[in-house]
Write a protein that binds this ligand. Structure first.
Ligand SMILES: [Zn+2]
Length: 113
């Protein structure tokens, strides 16, 4: 079972049109199977986001500095089989838009966890 974090930050809101759910995996051992369409772009001073340039889907988020990162976030929607995913917490809830409430009772954090 992989834990998902729902991110309510403005950037995730803009990219997903609502909120974004992702899990985090160790970068070592991760193999990109469609690297020919995986495109990274610098999304902030410290991070980059990966998307598919063929279909536009959000795929990943990682720290830009390869020496500083151990993990890569993988977007829930990019998994072919989502049965092993489980939402466990909400982050950046102080940044969420006001048009919805979080009512699932899961832990909430004002910024990152
Ligand atoms: Zn976010």
């Amino acid at each position: 079972m992989a834990a998902l974090v729902a991110c309510h930050c403005r950037q995730c809101n803009q990219m997903s049109s609502h909120l974004l759910a992702a899990t985090s995996v160790a970068e070592t051992g991760l193999t990109w199977t469609r690297e020919e369409t995986l495109t990274w772009y610098q999304s902030s001073d410290f991070a980059e986001r990966g998307f598919c340039r063929a279909c536009g889907c959000n795929i990943s988020w990682r720290l830009s500095d390869a020496d500083a990162r151990d993990t890569v976030s993988l977007m829930a929607g990019s998994f072919d089989d989502q049965s092993g995913l489980r939402l466990e917490q909400h982050i950046f809830v102080d940044h969420k838009p006001g048009y919805y409430e979080i009512t699932d009772g899961l832990p909430q954090f004002p910024d990152s966890d």
